[in-house]
Design a protein. Structure first.
Length: 132
């Protein structure tokens, strides 16, 4: 099981390395929760954004992620404009819809690598239950 996860992570890193940094700013990747967890551990200084509401964030969030509510789109754009467009940005929401919208906004703003959590925080909670 662990070796499968490691092989998947290596493959994912290769895909990101090949597609992410040298190409045009249209790279959005949607990653399953288990791989997302491994990937954020591999990039401890990456930019991390929770795009849910403040109330949702306060009820529970992934450690190290900053809350930027995409439903307040103008404010969201101002806040994320301060991020480095050349570094990866990890995103998640509750189920994946808002993070997909946020990923598209970041893509339009010229971010070169946007990685969103498939299934959002709900999927994250499921893999955490499996680990316990």
């Amino acid at each position: 099981m662990i070796w499968r996860r490691n092989i998947a992570l290596i493959g994912l890193l290769l895909v990101i390395g090949i597609t992410g940094y040298a190409q045009s700013p249209d790279t959005i990747q949607t990653i399953p929760a288990a791989e997302f967890a491994s990937l954020i551990d591999s990039f401890p200084h990456a930019q991390r954004v929770d795009v849910r509401t403040k109330k949702e964030y306060q009820q529970g969030h992934i450690e190290g992620f900053t809350n930027r509510d995409v439903l307040r789109e103008k404010r969201f754009k101002r806040q994320v404009a301060k991020l480095d467009r050349n570094k990866p940005v990890f995103l998640y929401c509750r189920s994946g819809k808002r993070s997909h919208h946020a990923a598209q906004l970041l893509n339009e703003m010229g971010f070169v690598q946007v990685i969103e959590l498939d299934g959002g925080y709900l999927a994250w909670q499921e893999i955490r239950k499996e680990c316990l």
